[in-house]
Design a protein around this ligand. Structure first.
Ligand code: 3PG
Length: 403
């Protein structure tokens, strides 16, 4: 980005791909972290005299206009926070976007409607995505440029992330650069002990990451719904808890490989069991050994790690020099099942380790539990993107910038 700005951007139209995919409650933004993280590059370009057009997605609207996925609430938040004028278009590459783009003055910003309202954005067909990219490029008039600052979307081969970078002079935004720098250090050269905390509901989403961390991490602490597939792989019965039976054999293999590679896999020793998946469901804490015993254990659902597990995890985190955390420990949205996630966040805040929180959901979880961003080393704006980076996968958005 320094290079683009040094070349002079006054009067030039710069398309910026940002990640404004914020959680909403109706039309209210419940965590504006991604908007705030996107602001610096947008403002930097506008202050340098560029006409900035922001492209972003919100949710997964299935390639059609769907008002509940309008970018407007996120765009409005951007407008409220920005120190430069921001307008919002009501379409992606339609008449309104074209008119407003043509009317942009130097130093002004236009946010396009959710790019995923156009089915070509996410198409598997190169020509279809290319056609949308051409129309986006046309909004810039002559001498346009492209900046990718949407770290959360770099793992998507989408028109506004990938194809457009092949059509305009393309630059890495400051946020993408910072994210890649931090994650590269964590994966390639972590200060040890390197402790990874993995949570979330589905083990199948995290398998590749876990596989890639075996031999790299010193300890892998497992929480969240995927715990039960691990416990099942160790021979425990898990009642009505989340279980991915088809993953049990794979997980058994990981437990063996980890033991050989010197990566300690730490599983919860107790679990908060509830009678139902409900905020007010009766619940109790049980050691994992007697999950099948008792009324709740037999039929119940494990919805959080218990206090003994939280203390065990906190002990590992205290000793760490680097911590990477992805995924909540329990159903933190319900107060009764938030204690495990809260305890892990507190342990990370109290430790001197370099800490990286990976994932849109994990970031929202810690903010909604009352923690501040500056209490952690780095809160990644990318969920899937940070995991795919750690898996060692090629990220199309990054590849395209180098193309
Ligand atoms: C995210 O929320 O991780 C990013 O904004 C990407 O969204 P997606 O998973 O819908 O592509």
């Amino acid at each position: 980005l320094d290079e683009l700005i040094a070349d002079g951007v006054t009067g030039r139209c710069v398309l910026v791909r940002s990640d404004l995919n914020v959680p909403l409650d109706g039309f209210a933004v419940t965590d504006d972290g991604r908007v705030r993280a996107s602001l610096p590059v947008i403002e930097r370009l506008a202050h340098a005299g560029a006409r900035v057009i922001v492209m972003a997605h919100l949710g997964r609207p299935k390639g059609q206009v769907d008002p509940k996925y309008s970018i407007a609430p996120a765009g409005q938040r951007l407008a409220d926070l920005a120190g430069v004028p921001v307008r919002i278009a009501t379409d992606v590459v339609g008449q309104d976007a074209r008119d407003k783009a043509a009317a942009l003055a130097d130093g002004e910003v236009l946010v396009l409607e959710n790019v995923r309202f156009d089915p070509r954005e996410t198409s598997k067909d190169d020509a279809e995505r290319g056609a949308l990219a051409d129309e986006l490029v046309a909004l810039t008039g002559e001498n346009g440029a492209y900046v990718d600052d949407a770290f959360g979307a770099v793992h998507r081969k989408h028109a506004s992330v990938y194809d457009i970078a092949l059509r305009l002079p393309a630059y890495q935004g400051d946020l993408v650069k910072r994210e890649l720098d931090v994650l590269t250090k964590v994966v390639q050269d972590p200060e040890r002990p390197f402790v990874v905390v993995m949570g979330g509901s589905k083990v199948s989403d995290k398998l590749a990451v876990i596989a890639n961390l075996i031999g790299k991490a010193d300890s892998l602490l497992i929480g969240g719904g995927m715990v039960f597939t691990f416990l099942a792989a160790q021979g425990h019965r898990v009642g009505g808890s989340l279980l991915e039976e088809d993953q049990i054999e794979t997980v058994k293999g990981y437990l063996e490989q980890a033991a050989e590679a010197g990566t300690e896999i730490v599983l919860p020793v107790d679990v908060v069991y509830a009678k139902a998946f409900a905020a007010d469901a009766p619940h109790e804490t049980r050691p994992v050994e007697d999950i099948v015993g008792g009324e709740i254990g037999a039929s119940g659902l494990g919805l959080d790690i218990g206090p003994a597990s939280a203390a065990l995890f906190a002990e590992r985190i205290r000793a760490a020099r680097t911590v990477f955390w992805n995924g909540p420990m329990g159903v933190f949205e319900m107060d009764a099942f938030a204690a495990g996630t809260q305890a892990v966040a507190e342990a990370i805040v109290a430790s001197d380790a370099m800490s990286v929180i990976g994932g849109g959901d994990s970031a929202s979880a810690v903010r909604n539990l009352g923690f501040r961003d500056d209490q952690f080393g780095h809160i990644s704006t990318g969920g899937g993107a940070s995991l795919e980076f750690i898996e060692g996968k090629e990220l199309p958005g990054v590849v395209a910038l180098g193309a």
